[in-house]
Design a protein around this ligand. Structure first.
Ligand SMILES: *[C@@H]1O[C@H](CO)[C@@H](O)[C@H](O)[C@H]1NC(C)=O
Length: 406
């Protein structure tokens, strides 16, 4: 009994210490304490995973997947395979019912290309289906490092093409299709939009009405943008530079991934490449308004680099299918709704893309949340969608926009 009491005291003290010491900023969200607790829960869940046996982990994951499926709004859904790709389809009425045609959202979940699932994004996808009376297709694409680039983008493309060719079966209006994703899913939504726009192979498909990119990761060339400089070594709830470079590296080279140390300091590119016109155009920090450059921001040096690493990876690094920001000409892309959040190393990826799309004449609605944090639109794990008020606000803002514009 005494031991139990000691154990309880230790745990309570650890939680208290963490909440006080955890470097989650004090102005994150309307209820910073709730955000800190969520951060604590997620961090420990991740740590515990390393220490628990695989079998137990699997069991826990199945439990968490079941909890996620039960957590969102109750919307009828089914599993299917589009082309070769498994998907989950949410539809609030039986397909073929005699009703007005509905809009559709093809959703690509986040998780840094290495994790995430249609299960842990079940609540948010169900919510979109219910609140927009939309058909939502959530794509279960292949993950890195087992299946590196281009497996994910190819799966997402294949499933979406199949869907676009079968809209009638789902009573979907071909003029009201959105591609949407959070984080790595935002990368995939942007990349699929680019393929459909620029690859003549897809010319005959219905045109995408909207690309909705929630705090997307869009480039792996520069890990010293103002937001990486500001938050890179600082756990902002979900994401720091070591984790993000690991994810990009895994997506790039699968199990061979080993360049994240070089990536962290921008040593995975050559000096010449850093100064190339393409990079200057696509990733210029001038695109980022000054208010986002905190005091202490420094333009990153361009006089160093590792040529041999760069030569090995440059083809993918510069490929817009991998990094949509690296496309030079963005004219003609679908209307974009882009969310960026303050506490996020990926903030400037989203800002640069929004600014460049605008310059290219694409209609852009850019929403920046001053108390926001990465992952706030969806809960990445098993909680019901959206755990904090700023999250709720960004969801309702999007719903309002989509009701009017999709
Ligand atoms: C970058 O890589 C080169 C070549 O491997 C190496 O000589 C150099 O020390 C690295 N630079 C830094 C800052 O680590």
């Amino acid at each position: 009994m005494a031991r139990l009491i000691v154990a309880v005291i230790v745990v309570v003290a650890a939680v208290a210490a963490y909440v006080v010491l955890e470097p989650v900023p004090d102005d994150v969200g309307e209820r910073p304490w709730a955000v800190k607790m969520e951060s604590f829960r997620r961090t420990w869940k991740r740590h515990l995973k390393w220490w628990t046996p695989t079998g137990l982990n699997q069991w826990l994951e199945e439990k968490s997947a079941a909890a996620s499926r039960a957590a969102g709004p109750r919307v009828p859904y089914g599993e299917a395979v589009f082309d070769r790709v498994p998907v989950r389809i949410f539809a609030d009425e039986p397909a073929g019912a005699k009703k007005a045609k509905r809009p559709a959202i093809v959703y690509y979940h986040g998780g840094g290309f290495i994790r995430g699932s249609v299960d842990n994004h079940h609540p948010v996808t169900a919510l979109l289906a219910r609140d927009l009376n939309a058909v939502v297709v959530s794509v279960d694409y292949l993950l890195s490092p087992k299946y590196p680039f281009p497996a994910a983008i190819d799966d997402c493309t294949a499933a979406t093409v199949w869907f676009l060719n079968h809209l009638r079966d789902f009573n979907v209006d071909p003029a009201r299709i959105a591609l949407m994703g959070d984080s790595a899913g935002g990368n995939l939504a942007a990349a699929v939009s680019q393929r459909f726009t620029f690859d003549p192979k897809y010319r005959d498909l219905p045109k995408i009405k909207l690309q909705a990119l929630l705090y997307p990761c869009l480039q792996a060339f520069d890990f010293q943008t103002p937001s990486y400089q500001q938050y890179g070594d600082f756990k902002t709830l979900l994401l720091d530079r070591p984790l993000m470079t690991f994810m990009w590296d895994s997506y790039l080279r699968g199990n061979k991934a080993s360049y994240r140390e070089a990536m962290r300091i921008n040593n995975h590119t050559s000096a010449a490449a850093k100064r190339s016109p393409l990079v200057k155009k696509c990733l210029s920090h001038d695109l980022i308004p000054d208010e986002f450059k905190q005091t202490g921001y420094e333009a990153p040096a361009t006089n160093f680099g590792d040529k041999s690493i760069y030569n090995e990876i440059k083809e993918v690094l510069l490929d817009p299918d991998y990094a949509p920001l690296m496309r030079e000409d963005l004219r003609g892309l679908p209307e974009a709704y882009i969310i960026t959040v303050k506490y996020d190393i990926l903030r400037d990826d989203g800002i640069m893309y929004a600014k460049r799309l605008e310059k290219a004449g694409v209609p852009v609605t850019w929403k920046h949340y001053k108390k926001g944090f990465h992952g706030m639109f969806t809960s990445e794990e098993d909680l019901p969608t959206v755990t904090t008020p700023p999250g709720t606000q960004c969801v309702s803002d999007f719903l309002k926009f989509a009701r009017k514009n999709l």
